[in-house]
Ligand binder design. Structure first.
Ligand SMILES: *[C@@H]1O[C@H](CO)[C@@H](O)[C@H](O)[C@H]1NC(C)=O
Ligand SMILES: *[C@@H]1O[C@H](CO)[C@@H](O)[C@H](O)[C@H]1NC(C)=O
Ligand SMILES: *[C@@H]1O[C@H](CO)[C@@H](O)[C@H](O)[C@H]1NC(C)=O
Ligand SMILES: *[C@@H]1O[C@H](CO)[C@@H](O)[C@H](O)[C@H]1NC(C)=O
Ligand SMILES: *[C@@H]1O[C@H](CO)[C@@H](O)[C@H](O)[C@H]1NC(C)=O
Ligand SMILES: *[C@@H]1O[C@H](CO)[C@@H](O)[C@H](O)[C@H]1NC(C)=O
Ligand SMILES: *[C@@H]1O[C@H](CO)[C@@H](O)[C@H](O)[C@H]1NC(C)=O
Ligand SMILES: *[C@@H]1O[C@H](CO)[C@@H](O)[C@H](O)[C@H]1NC(C)=O
Ligand SMILES: *[C@@H]1O[C@H](CO)[C@@H](O)[C@H](O)[C@H]1NC(C)=O
Ligand SMILES: *[C@@H]1O[C@H](CO)[C@@H](O)[C@H](O)[C@H]1NC(C)=O
Ligand SMILES: *[C@@H]1O[C@H](CO)[C@@H](O)[C@H](O)[C@H]1NC(C)=O
Ligand SMILES: *[C@@H]1O[C@H](CO)[C@@H](O)[C@H](O)[C@H]1NC(C)=O
Length: 675
């Protein structure tokens, strides 16, 4: 993320100030109509292939995007490590069931069987099934409310895994219950003799819920006196995306964008406020029980790292997207490693590349294979650090990483944090990061940002962009339209911009560290913001052909024309996209040159619009599709059309091409001067 240190409260403040200053231009009026002309030249000589990986997504562990989000683990702080390695430690959000004075005491000790996460929970039960101190009927023990409630659904199965040992025989009820423990949705008793649990033992239970509650919790209770230790308590839905542990409906939202790459795992998350709290990939691989977890000190929350380096690579593969791995270059927000001492970090990165794509018989590739993926992952891009160009040691460190990686993996593309617009690149790179968080007005004007940039040298990776300030709210139509215009500009300039992704992708509504975001969710609900839906208009752009087009006038309009193939049914479309960033209806004449006569079919074409009654309109859990693309058949489609663009709208025309038609261009000798 850019400007990492701007907390949401500050953004909120900007929002209010902004809305006071610009009141009248926000309502959509219908002034006198404007007219405009869009000329598209579909001729072969002027077309240019758009990079295959132009549009993707950027996942950062921010806003509980992964822990309590994309990663389907229901238990928060499953290993009791979130309170730190020292004891006694805070076991939050675990809580006690029963009376602390008479029925049980909870504490932590460092008796876990797992070397890298020694803290375990010790539960001493004082009450019993007989005698003077009888346990309450429901038992005593502990519960975990998950990340703001577990979404438990009737008829679905959940796998609970836990590690246990005890001073005697046990009878522990593992239950999913409503928020106050009264309603039981599923339960199973773990019964074991002392011999079975005298040392740490793994237990697995599958629970099937007989009712639904989006705010459930997991309970471990007993009515037998004794001491029981618990560690690494996990509850996962049995149904996850491709069985790989991801929350399906959230991944579906991503798959629907047809992303061609995933940049991960940050952002500032990669840097850390301090190096000791930065994401370290080696601590996130192997059996989940053995991962230490870590406190992300930029976004200020603990993650058990169930969503680790391997899982990110797996997600990329599952989505048919290329992984773009961002790793720490020996630099955090507040401390950095001297270039003379950075080689261990370089080795760490080389090992990470080997983990992703080394042979199964290599040191790190063998660990990947042991995790169930002997085939290499398709890692072709790595990025060194995040927004660190200005840091004292960045360039020095960068060169060491660059040389070592290129020596071992000549084909890997390397991304530098140093933006070519700020200063001339003084080191080799395949791509440079370009981050922009700005107002809607400015973002709209940035549609022309790359028009006059040098066509030589490292290409741009727009790895973070979003409208944030001035009236962006929690993600509204205004922001989405400005971003759409910016993306159209990126299509136009995709000879020098190779990749682009919005940020941030996700926000758990219970931990809004940053606004706006593309996808908002809580335990059971989700919706896309208008910025998410705007990206839908670009789903077909990667590897399409961009055509030459001119727009007159172009003050409040931005447009592009692409030719794309629907590989499902073999059809081809000419897609014209236009953002009308003004408050007037525009009567637009579209003229397409360079097509054979009758090459556009009369039916089978569509028009898709993204607009709303008010520029400030947002989606919400209540109205998830208030601002949503509206698709309709376009009658009488033709290469000469008069169309109407609504005020403040994004419109796409998909014109179905006939069979004997176009000469689509695929030439590398494309000359930039035509744009
Ligand atoms: C449309 O925008 C123009 C220029 O920004 C402004 O002067 C005019 O009042 C706006 N009209 C409406 C109906 O909002
Ligand atoms: C603007 O154009 C629309 C669609 O062509 C038409 O219905 C409307 O009457 C026009 N308004 C004005 C003021 O010309
Ligand atoms: C379209 O491009 C071709 C090739 O450059 C050119 O011959 C033709 O005149 C162009 N058409 C228009 C209308 O500009
Ligand atoms: C285990 O405990 C549950 C709940 O207290 C009880 O219903 C069950 O009968 C016990 N099972 C055995 C074998 O004691
Ligand atoms: C669901 O199962 C629990 C535990 O077996 C039981 O107490 C509860 O009554 C059941 N609820 C429904 C709705 O069947
Ligand atoms: C999710 O958000 C909706 C809308 O705010 C709310 O009604 C619901 O209770 C939330 N779910 C939980 C588990 O908090
Ligand atoms: C290395 O780090 C130390 C302390 O952090 C600093 O004093 C020294 O100047 C650094 N050396 C270089 C070459 O940057
Ligand atoms: C590892 O496997 C590859 C591919 O099967 C093979 O070419 C290579 O010789 C092996 N290396 C070692 C050290 O066994
Ligand atoms: C679309 O398919 C046609 C025919 O297979 C091919 O010639 C053309 O290059 C493809 N265009 C794009 C943009 O993929
Ligand atoms: C549109 O306007 C921008 C600046 O406002 C200019 O740089 C660009 O060349 C114009 N594009 C066309 C196609 O007229
Ligand atoms: C056109 O719209 C129809 C109906 O919404 C839809 O089924 C079809 O897939 C659309 N085609 C394209 C290319 O978007
Ligand atoms: C399409 O063309 C037919 C025949 O000219 C005409 O009757 C019809 O009104 C047109 N439809 C639209 C939406 O313009």
């Amino acid at each position: 993320m850019g400007s990492c240190k701007v907390p949401y409260s500050v953004l909120l403040l900007c929002f209010y100030v902004g809305s006071l200053l610009v009141p009248q231009c926000l309502s959509i009026g219908d002034d006198a109509n404007q007219t405009a002309v869009l000329l598209v030249n579909a001729s072969e000589a002027l077309g240019r292939p758009i990079p295959e990986t132009l549009f993707g997504i950027f996942f950062e562990e921010i806003n509980h995007a992964g822990a309590g989000g994309l990663w389907a683990e229901l238990v928060s702080n499953r290993g009791f490590e979130a309170g730190g390695p020292d004891i006694p430690s805070n076991i939050d959000p675990w809580s006690i069931i029963g009376d602390e004075d008479s029925s049980l005491t909870l504490s932590t000790d460092r008796s876990s069987c797992f070397e890298h996460n020694k803290v375990a929970l010790r539960m001493e039960v004082l009450c019993d099934t007989e005698g003077t101190n009888i346990c309450p009927a429901g038992g005593v023990g502990i519960y975990n409310p998950g990340f703001w409630g577990m979404n438990i659904e009737k008829g679905k199965k959940y796998k609970v895994v836990l590690y246990v040992r005890s001073s005697g025989a046990i009878n522990v009820s593992v239950s999913l219950t409503g928020p106050n423990g009264l309603e039981t949705l599923a339960t199973h008793d773990i019964i074991a003799s002392f011999c079975d649990v005298a040392t740490w033992t793994k237990m697995e239970v599958v629970l099937e819920a007989n009712a639904s509650n989006p705010n459930s919790r997991l309970q471990l209770t007993t009515t037998i006196k004794g001491v029981i230790w618990f560690d690494q308590v996990s509850a996962m839905p049995m149904e996850t995306y491709k069985g790989h542990g991801f929350r399906s409906e959230l991944v579906d939202m991503l798959a629907d964008l047809k992303p061609k790459f995933i940049r991960f795992p940050g952002g500032c998350f990669v840097e850390g406020e301090w190096l000791r709290n930065a994401f370290r990939w080696k601590a996130t691989i192997g059996p989940w029980e053995e991962r230490p977890g870590h406190f992300g000190d930029v976004w200020m929350y603990w993650t058990d790292d169930g969503l680790g380096y391997f899982e990110f690579l797996q997600l990329s593969e599952d989505l048919g997207a290329l992984p773009v791995w961002v790793f720490n270059s020996g630099i955090s927000h507040n401390d950095q490693v001297n270039t003379s001492n950075v080689m261990p970090f370089v080795q760490e990165a080389l090992d990470g590349i080997e983990f992703a794509r080394g042979y199964p018989n290599s040191t790190w590739g063998s660990i990947r294979a042991a995790m169930g993926h002997p085939e290499p992952f398709d890692l072709r891009h790595v990025a060194l650090g995040n927004e660190d160009c200005g840091k004292k040691n960045y360039r020095g460190n960068y060169v060491k990483f660059y040389n070592a990686i290129k020596r071992a993996y000549p084909d890997i593309k390397i991304i530098t944090n140093c933006n070519r617009f700020s200063q001339k690149l003084d080191h080799p790179a395949d791509f440079y990061d370009y981050h922009v968080y700005t107002s809607a007005k400015d973002m709209f004007s940035l549609a022309h940002r790359f028009d006059h940039a040098s066509r030589n040298g490292a290409k741009a990776f727009v790895s973070e962009y979003a409208v944030t300030r001035n009236n962006a709210g929690k993600g509204n139509l205004l922001a989405a339209l400005a971003e759409a215009a910016f993306l159209i500009g990126i299509e136009q300039n995709s000879d020098i911009v190779s990749m682009a992704c919005y940020a941030p992708l996700f926000v758990n509504d219970n931990d809004r560290r940053w606004s706006p975001d593309a996808i908002v969710f809580n335990s059971s609900q989700l919706y896309g913001t208008p910025s998410y839906w705007a990206q839908h208009f670009f789903r077909e752009s990667s590897s399409a052909t961009i055509l030459h087009s001119t727009l007159q006038p172009n003050t409040s309009l931005v447009a592009s024309a692409i030719m794309w193939n629907n590989t499902d049914d073999g059809t081809s479309y000419l897609r014209i996209k236009i953002v009308n960033f003004g408050n007037n209806t525009v009567n637009l004449k579209i003229r397409v040159d360079g097509l054979e006569p009758n090459s556009i079919q009369l039916s089978g074409s569509n028009k898709t619009e993204l607009t709303s009654g008010n520029l400030m309109d947002e989606n919400s859990f209540k109205e998830p599709k208030k601002v949503n693309p509206n698709q309709n058949p376009l009658e009488n489609a033709s290469k000469d059309m008069d169309v109407v663009l609504l005020p403040y709208s994004l419109t796409a025309f998909d014109l179905l091409k006939g069979s004997s038609n176009i000469r689509t261009a695929r030439t590398d000798s494309f000359s930039r001067s035509s744009f």
